[in-house]
Design a protein around this ligand. Structure first.
Ligand SMILES: [Zn+2]
Length: 96
């Protein structure tokens, strides 16, 4: 399991692994999110339209540097003051 967000932030003791299953929350009529039952960190996002895919939040990984992004998706809904300057391919919605 990939849960150690507290240790990534540098504060508090490491979170015990696999002690409790992630909490699942139906966040809209189109998707379900899961959260760490210890600290509330979001772990996953699963859209009903893509049942064979699960998005895993970068902040929940032990070594996020091991899986750098390859592109930026859903840029049409990003916060407007964020300027994406990483040079990666951008998609207004899902990858085409
Ligand atoms: Zn946690």
């Amino acid at each position: 399991m990939l849960l150690r967000p507290d240790s990534l932030r540098g504060g508090g003791p490491p979170v015990p692994r696999n002690e409790l299953p992630p909490l699942r929350f139906r966040s809209s009529d189109k998707a379900t999110r899961s959260f760490c039952p210890h600290c509330g960190t979001q772990l996953t996002f699963q859209a009903d339209d893509y049942p064979d895919q699960v998005d895993i939040t970068t902040c929940s990984l032990d070594r996020p540097e091991a899986v750098p992004p390859r592109d930026q998706t859903y840029t049409s809904s990003k916060v407007q003051w964020i300027e994406l300057a990483d040079g990666l391919p951008q998609y207004a919605q899902a990858r085409s």
